[in-house]
Design a protein around this ligand. Structure first.
Ligand SMILES: [Zn+2]
Length: 448
């Protein structure tokens, strides 16, 4: 499981031309060279100094200076020794990062999930706990998060590692240069909340190294990387959908998160899929979320009362189990999900022309049952069929289940931290930490 992410990083090493970071000026040169070596290590580890020199074009003499520096930063380690049939044995290097930890704390409607991971993607500790906060009670949520994070910091220290960053993940829109939660429907936060500021007050040791991200945004980026790994061709446009309290969405266009002027992902759940459908909370009729949002699906499956009993997520789990057991009402509800998602895909084809529509949350779990990729329904309208000489493209949006499932946002959050370390390894010098990530859409993207 934990290696999935690193497979993504090393994917394509054979068939992708290595490209070094574009920006170079004098002061950056050393750091740039360190970054080049780091990227090369990820592609080709374990590897020898002479192989690194061959692939990167860096002089062996400069590697002699760079590699000890990466070792001192905790980013490279001599793993083994190769013993060629002839000639001297050479020491082999691998990417390290085992002593560098990132704490990721994801808050949802009912619970908080906290993961500490090292930079190889290995999970050091996981906690999952209900926050028991009433709607609108920011203080309780912050307190529970901070307590758990402190415990994780202790575990990391006991493990001989050090925390280099902390990411707070919310299922809400975040906004600003130093992002704040704009509002959170699921937590009942009706106005802006400076979650990072509140956390820094409780954990001053991590000041300026705490970030806030919108879960769906980083999840979409993680899923995009996973799609790249599948070698289905470079996906130009990917839409990520996740049913949670409503239906969250994010779009990756040409490898970048697509956001509006306020830095937020387009909300696709209010696209109309049935002109005669249900009245939506937004006042319109037949929006995707009104038709097959989690609450509506549970209602259709006869599980409306289950929500009060076991919460929304618990009720959805019952729905998934019922569906897998062939429960009639659940099957009927799943047919509606299929129909409306296919309708949705038709409209999306006109808006973003996605290669893939990736389904997260419980939709990933029931993906096979949904049988979404039926050719007739997802075919894009072909306006150009009469134009002479026009070669029709494949023309289909393909639905796919999320590769990282429920962990997608946490994996994506770690990737955001990781890519910054790769590009700017010297930020870790003298026990330095990774500075706050800023708006995710403006952050660096992967260079391979
Ligand atoms: Zn609506």
């Amino acid at each position: 499981m934990t290696n999935l992410m690193w497979d993504a990083f090393s994917m394509g090493s054979q068939d992708n031309q290595f490209r070094s970071p574009a920006r170079v000026d004098g002061a950056d040169l050393r750091e740039r060279n360190l970054a080049v070596v780091l990227h090369d290590l990820l592609f080709a580890q374990p590897t020898s100094r002479s192989e690194i020199a061959d692939r990167t074009g860096l002089a062996k003499a400069s590697l002699t200076g760079l590699i000890p520096e990466l070792e001192a930063l905790g980013l490279a380690v001599e793993a083994s020794t190769s013993k060629p049939a002839a000639g001297r044995p050479s020491k082999l290097l691998t990417f390290d990062g085992k002593q560098l930890a990132v704490v990721i704390c994801e808050v949802s409607e009912t619970e908080i999930i906290t993961e500490s991971l090292d930079l190889t993607g290995r999970i050091l500790r996981v906690d999952r706990e209900p926050h028991k906060a009433k709607l609108g009670d920011v203080e309780t949520v912050v307190k529970v998060m901070a307590n758990t994070i402190q415990q994780h910091r202790e575990s990391i220290a006991n493990n001989g590692s050090r925390p280099i960053h902390m990411v707070l993940v919310v299922g809400a829109a975040v906004r600003g240069e130093k992002p704040i939660v704009l509002q959170s429907k699921e937590l009942g936060w009706n106005g802006p909340v400076d979650l990072v500021g509140l956390m820094e007050a409780r954990i001053p040791q991590m000041r300026d190294s705490i970030s806030l991200v919108s879960g769906v945004n980083v999840a979409a980026k993680a899923e995009f990387e996973a799609l790249k790994r599948l070698r289905l061709g470079y996906p130009k446009s990917v839409v990520y959908l996740k049913p949670d309290t409503g239906i969250s969405s994010a779009i990756i266009l040409d490898g970048n998160l697509l956001v509006g002027a306020q830095g937020m992902s387009p909300i696709l759940a209010h696209i109309e899929v049935d002109s005669n459908g249900e009245i939506c909370d937004c006042g319109r009729r037949g929006c995707l979320v009104a038709q097959v949002g989690p609450r509506k699906v549970l209602e259709l499956a006869g599980l409306g009362s289950q929500i009060t009993e076991s919460g929304l997520q618990g009720a959805l789990q019952v729905f998934v189990d019922n569906l897998k057991n062939g429960d009639e009402a659940a099957v009927e509800a799943s047919r509606k999900i299929r129909k409306q998602l296919n309708k949705f895909a038709e409209t999306l084809a006109l808006l973003y022309d996605p290669d893939f529509i990736v389904l997260g949350g419980y939709w990933a779990e029931i993906f096979e049952i949904l049988e979404l990729n039926s050719e007739d329904l997802t075919r894009r309208p072909n306006f150009f069929q009469t134009v002479e000489g026009y070669v029709e493209q494949d023309g289909r949006s393909v639905f796919r289940p999320a590769a990282f499932g429920a962990r997608a946002a946490r994996v994506g959050a770690l990737q955001e931290v990781f890519i910054r370390v790769l590009n700017r390894p010297l930020m870790l010098k003298d026990n330095g930490m990774v500075p706050a990530l800023g708006p995710i859409a403006e952050g660096p993207t992967y260079i391979w």
